[in-house]
Write a protein that binds this ligand. Structure first.
Ligand code: AMP
Ligand code: ZN
Length: 134
């Protein structure tokens, strides 16, 4: 897609540091990492987000690659764990409108706090929400 920064990365029109590539996706280092080694899994085909004309095979593949990258972060960077994150829509923090998955190495006591402040709804409120979303 014209003017999509990740399509340009996939095509090699702008530089990136690829650490993995196959027929379906690339994995490249984020230029503003949350931690060193922060990697983006980017499908070669353009999809705006996870709901945009995606299928099980594509999404399954992207998450499989995310798991491979996360394992690599543990083995080669001595990460204690890793986050797999995926943002959809500007409200959710998506800034590049080409589907991608973040894989971020984490360390015990790295001081990074959670993304949200947990609510404390009643069991009735949880049940009502369950009805809405079932
Ligand atoms: P999101 O906010 O989920 O859309 O994530 C977009 C990510 O892309 C951010 O973490 C940016 O730092 C990263 N990013 C933007 N431009 C580039 C680029 N040219 N190369 C690598 N990462 C990029
Ligand atoms: Zn794109």
């Amino acid at each position: 897609m014209d003017n999509c920064i990740f399509c340009k990365i996939v095509k090699g029109e702008i530089p990136s540091t690829r650490i993995y590539e196959d027929d379906i996706c690339i994995a490249t280092l984020d230029i503003n990492p949350a931690a060193m080694g922060h990697t983006l899994i980017i499908p070669k085909e353009h999809h705006n987000d996870i709901t945009d004309n995606t299928d099980e095979a594509l999404l399954g593949h992207l998450f499989k690659v995310a798991s491979i990258v996360g394992e690599r972060q543990k083995e080669r960077l001595s990460a204690d764990g890793f986050n797999v994150l995926q943002n959809n829509g500007t409200a959710a923090g998506q800034s590049v409108m080409h589907l991608h998955i973040h894989v971020i190495p984490r360390y015990d006591n790295d001081g990074v706090i959670g993304l949200w402040k947990p609510l404390e709804p009643s069991m009735e409120e949880i049940a009502a929400m369950g009805e809405k979303l079932s």
